[in-house]
Design a binder for this molecule. Structure first.
Ligand SMILES: [Zn+2]
Length: 173
Protein backbone atom coordinates (compact mmCIF):
# COMPACT_ATOMS: atom_id res chain seq x y z
CA UNK A 1 0.00 0.00 0.00
CA UNK A 2 1.33 3.46 -0.84
CA UNK A 3 1.43 6.21 1.84
CA UNK A 4 -1.50 8.16 0.35
CA UNK A 5 -3.80 5.10 0.38
CA UNK A 6 -2.65 4.24 3.93
CA UNK A 7 -3.41 7.79 5.09
CA UNK A 8 -6.87 7.61 3.44
CA UNK A 9 -7.57 4.30 5.23
CA UNK A 10 -6.45 5.81 8.56
CA UNK A 11 -8.68 8.85 7.94
CA UNK A 12 -11.65 6.55 7.25
CA UNK A 13 -11.02 4.78 10.58
CA UNK A 14 -10.79 8.13 12.40
CA UNK A 15 -14.01 9.29 10.70
CA UNK A 16 -15.75 6.12 11.91
CA UNK A 17 -14.49 6.75 15.48
CA UNK A 18 -15.64 10.39 15.29
CA UNK A 19 -19.08 9.38 14.00
CA UNK A 20 -19.50 6.94 16.89
CA UNK A 21 -18.40 9.58 19.44
CA UNK A 22 -20.84 12.08 17.89
CA UNK A 23 -23.62 9.50 18.09
CA UNK A 24 -22.84 8.83 21.76
CA UNK A 25 -22.77 12.53 22.64
CA UNK A 26 -26.10 13.18 20.91
CA UNK A 27 -27.69 9.95 22.08
CA UNK A 28 -30.81 9.72 24.10
CA UNK A 29 -30.11 9.55 27.82
CA UNK A 30 -31.97 6.27 27.94
CA UNK A 31 -29.26 4.52 25.87
CA UNK A 32 -28.78 1.11 27.42
CA UNK A 33 -25.45 0.28 29.06
CA UNK A 34 -24.91 -2.74 26.81
CA UNK A 35 -25.51 -0.65 23.69
CA UNK A 36 -23.21 2.08 25.05
CA UNK A 37 -20.43 -0.46 25.67
CA UNK A 38 -20.84 -1.87 22.17
CA UNK A 39 -20.53 1.59 20.60
CA UNK A 40 -17.47 2.38 22.76
CA UNK A 41 -15.94 -0.93 21.71
CA UNK A 42 -16.51 -0.07 18.02
CA UNK A 43 -14.90 3.32 18.60
CA UNK A 44 -11.86 1.77 20.30
CA UNK A 45 -11.50 -0.66 17.37
CA UNK A 46 -11.63 2.17 14.83
CA UNK A 47 -9.03 4.17 16.81
CA UNK A 48 -6.74 1.11 17.06
CA UNK A 49 -7.01 0.60 13.27
CA UNK A 50 -6.13 4.24 12.69
CA UNK A 51 -3.12 4.00 15.03
CA UNK A 52 -1.82 0.91 13.20
CA UNK A 53 -2.35 2.51 9.78
CA UNK A 54 -0.53 5.68 10.85
CA UNK A 55 2.40 3.52 12.07
CA UNK A 56 2.47 1.90 8.60
CA UNK A 57 2.58 5.33 7.01
CA UNK A 58 5.48 6.30 9.31
CA UNK A 59 7.42 3.18 8.16
CA UNK A 60 6.72 3.95 4.51
CA UNK A 61 7.87 7.55 4.89
CA UNK A 62 11.04 6.41 6.71
CA UNK A 63 11.81 3.96 3.88
CA UNK A 64 11.21 6.65 1.28
CA UNK A 65 13.55 9.01 3.18
CA UNK A 66 16.24 6.31 3.18
CA UNK A 67 15.74 5.81 -0.56
CA UNK A 68 16.07 9.56 -1.17
CA UNK A 69 19.34 9.68 0.83
CA UNK A 70 20.68 6.65 -1.09
CA UNK A 71 19.77 8.23 -4.44
CA UNK A 72 21.34 11.57 -3.44
CA UNK A 73 24.56 9.79 -2.45
CA UNK A 74 24.53 7.83 -5.72
CA UNK A 75 23.99 11.04 -7.68
CA UNK A 76 26.97 12.68 -5.95
CA UNK A 77 29.14 9.61 -6.60
CA UNK A 78 28.06 9.25 -10.23
CA UNK A 79 30.19 12.21 -11.24
CA UNK A 80 33.30 10.94 -9.49
CA UNK A 81 33.30 7.18 -10.14
CA UNK A 82 35.54 5.83 -12.88
CA UNK A 83 34.59 2.83 -15.01
CA UNK A 84 37.45 0.39 -15.52
CA UNK A 85 37.63 -3.39 -16.06
CA UNK A 86 33.81 -3.77 -15.84
CA UNK A 87 33.63 -2.13 -12.40
CA UNK A 88 33.40 1.32 -10.85
CA UNK A 89 36.28 2.74 -8.85
CA UNK A 90 36.53 5.82 -6.64
CA UNK A 91 39.66 7.86 -7.38
CA UNK A 92 41.32 10.55 -5.29
CA UNK A 93 42.42 13.89 -6.81
CA UNK A 94 45.61 12.28 -8.15
CA UNK A 95 43.58 9.57 -9.90
CA UNK A 96 44.62 6.77 -7.53
CA UNK A 97 41.81 4.40 -6.59
CA UNK A 98 40.81 4.87 -2.97
CA UNK A 99 37.76 2.60 -2.98
CA UNK A 100 36.18 -0.10 -5.10
CA UNK A 101 35.85 -2.03 -7.27
CA UNK A 102 32.08 -1.61 -7.07
CA UNK A 103 29.50 -3.74 -8.88
CA UNK A 104 28.28 -1.89 -11.98
CA UNK A 105 24.89 -3.61 -11.97
CA UNK A 106 24.13 -2.66 -8.36
CA UNK A 107 25.12 0.96 -8.93
CA UNK A 108 23.41 1.36 -12.31
CA UNK A 109 20.19 -0.42 -11.34
CA UNK A 110 19.82 -0.10 -7.55
CA UNK A 111 22.00 2.99 -6.99
CA UNK A 112 24.06 1.29 -4.29
CA UNK A 113 27.81 0.87 -4.07
CA UNK A 114 28.61 -2.78 -3.39
CA UNK A 115 32.26 -3.89 -3.33
CA UNK A 116 33.13 -6.83 -5.56
CA UNK A 117 34.97 -9.72 -3.91
CA UNK A 118 37.32 -12.34 -5.29
CA UNK A 119 35.52 -15.61 -5.97
CA UNK A 120 37.04 -18.87 -4.74
CA UNK A 121 37.33 -19.90 -8.38
CA UNK A 122 39.79 -17.30 -9.62
CA UNK A 123 40.08 -15.23 -11.69
CA UNK A 124 36.36 -14.72 -11.12
CA UNK A 125 34.91 -11.93 -9.05
CA UNK A 126 31.43 -11.70 -7.58
CA UNK A 127 29.02 -9.21 -6.10
CA UNK A 128 27.78 -10.22 -2.63
CA UNK A 129 24.58 -8.24 -3.19
CA UNK A 130 23.25 -9.19 -6.64
CA UNK A 131 25.36 -12.39 -6.89
CA UNK A 132 26.71 -11.42 -10.32
CA UNK A 133 29.85 -13.44 -11.12
CA UNK A 134 32.22 -12.62 -13.96
CA UNK A 135 35.77 -13.26 -15.13
CA UNK A 136 38.14 -10.37 -14.57
CA UNK A 137 41.80 -11.06 -14.13
CA UNK A 138 42.68 -7.37 -13.46
CA UNK A 139 40.07 -7.07 -10.69
CA UNK A 140 40.88 -10.51 -9.25
CA UNK A 141 44.58 -9.64 -9.21
CA UNK A 142 43.80 -6.32 -7.49
CA UNK A 143 41.68 -8.07 -4.84
CA UNK A 144 44.04 -11.03 -4.31
CA UNK A 145 47.65 -9.83 -4.58
CA UNK A 146 48.64 -12.82 -2.40
CA UNK A 147 47.56 -15.23 -5.17
CA UNK A 148 49.63 -13.35 -7.75
CA UNK A 149 52.64 -13.42 -5.42
CA UNK A 150 52.23 -17.18 -4.87
CA UNK A 151 51.87 -17.79 -8.64
CA UNK A 152 55.07 -15.79 -9.32
CA UNK A 153 56.95 -17.82 -6.71
CA UNK A 154 55.75 -21.08 -8.31
CA UNK A 155 56.77 -19.83 -11.79
CA UNK A 156 60.22 -18.79 -10.50
CA UNK A 157 60.64 -22.18 -8.86
CA UNK A 158 59.60 -23.94 -12.10
CA UNK A 159 62.08 -21.80 -14.12
CA UNK A 160 64.79 -22.69 -11.65
CA UNK A 161 63.90 -26.40 -11.84
CA UNK A 162 63.91 -26.33 -15.67
CA UNK A 163 67.30 -24.61 -15.67
CA UNK A 164 68.61 -27.24 -13.25
CA UNK A 165 67.38 -30.04 -15.51
CA UNK A 166 68.90 -28.30 -18.59
CA UNK A 167 72.22 -27.98 -16.76
CA UNK A 168 72.16 -31.65 -15.77
CA UNK A 169 71.32 -32.67 -19.37
CA UNK A 170 74.14 -30.47 -20.70
CA UNK A 171 76.52 -32.09 -18.22
CA UNK A 172 75.44 -35.54 -19.36
CA UNK A 173 75.93 -34.95 -23.07
ZN1 LIG B 1 25.86 -6.31 -7.65
Amino acid sequence: MDPVSAINTALTSLRTATDIARLLIGADVSLQTAELKLKLSDMMGALADAKSQIADVKDMVTKKDETIVRLQEALELKGTLIRKDSAYWLPDEQGNFTDGPFCMRCFDVDKITCRLVADTAGPQVKCPNCKTIFFSKPIYDYLRPDVIKAQRQIMQQMDQDINDVKRQLTDLF
